[in-house]
Design a binder for this molecule. Structure first.
Ligand SMILES: NC(=O)c1ccc[n+]([C@@H]2O[C@H](COP(=O)([O-])OP(=O)(O)OC[C@H]3O[C@@H](n4cnc5c(N)ncnc54)[C@H](OP(=O)(O)O)[C@@H]3O)[C@@H](O)[C@H]2O)c1
Length: 228
């Protein structure tokens, strides 16, 4: 889709990758709603702050009413709690699934009729190399991102006849708060990842693989578990 003149809603746009995506959408000529659960923390010039907690149905409905001209939804908001599935707390597993999977689903359900009513457009889901690689210490996050992969593929087929293209962004560690504990030389620049993602949306790519690790893991999927 053409990003110039698009009307974009970016969840989790107050920091990290979401902030880069929102800033670069402005640079590419889009009108941008920078959605955040605390909109007062949005400090980007040229965007419209929008209150949106992806785990709160009422705030999602209100955001879809406010951003009624939307043609592009970027499901970027996410959390990583570092919870293993057996030894970790069930509450943490549920929170991660509620935010990363059900949050993405709920926001997409709310914005589908909006985007369709505006003549069609696109959805970009921010996923992870951990959609495909499932280390024990991040079991809960990986399960939620794997579910996000399935969601992305299933809704791509469901939304195509409604004029909405669906892309998934898959990436390893990025230099944001979420990966603060990871050594700098193992992290991608989120500005570069955002640029690749937006170019992928412009081209209608179903999958955007943003770094070497992710490309390697994807092509190794037929190997035995965790061989990658
Ligand atoms: N960093 C990495 O290494 C990495 C790698 C692969 C994929 N990802 C994915 O990239 C996306 C962006 O993450 P990031 O790296 O930019 O992390 P980040 O810096 O921790 O930012 C996370 C963003 O999500 C928002 N958020 C969390 N829960 C929310 C909720 N319930 N409702 C609305 N917003 C919520 C946060 O808002 P608050 O400020 O209110 O907390 C923040 O804006 C996530 O989907 C993440 O899983 C990250």
């Amino acid at each position: 889709m053409e990003l110039k003149d698009a009307v974009a809603v970016v969840t989790g746009a107050n920091r990290g990758l979401g902030r880069h995506l929102a800033a670069q959408l402005v640079e590419r000529g889009a009108t941008v709603y920078a959605a955040a659960r605390r909109p007062e923390t949005v400090d980007l010039p040229g965007v419209v702050p929008l209150r949106l907690d992806v785990t709160d149905e009422e705030s999602i409905r209100e955001a879809a009413r406010t951003a009624s001209g939307a043609t592009l939804l970027v499901n970027n908001a996410g959390i990583s709690t570092g919870t293993p599935l057996i030894a970790g707390s069930t509450d943490a597993v549920r929170l991660e699934m509620d935010t990363n999977f059900f949050g993405t689903l709920a926001v997409t359900r709310a914005f589908t009729p909006v985007i369709e009513g505006n003549g069609g457009g696109a959805v970009l889901n921010v996923l992870s190399v951990l959609s495909w690689l499932h280390p024990a210490g991040l079991g809960s996050y990986a399960a939620a991102k794997a579910a996000g992969w399935a969601l992305t593929d299933a809704i791509r087929e469901e939304l195509a006849p409604r004029g909405i293209t669906v892309s998934g962004l898959y990436v390893g560690y990025m230099d944001t708060d979420m990966a603060a504990a990871v050594p700098a030389d193992e992290k991608a620049d989120p500005a570069d990842v955002a640029a690749q993602a937006l170019t992928g949306v412009e081209s209608g790519l179903p999958e955007i693989l943003a770094d070497e690790t992710t490309r390697y893991v994807k092509q190794s999927l037929a190997a035995s578990p965790n061989a990658a």
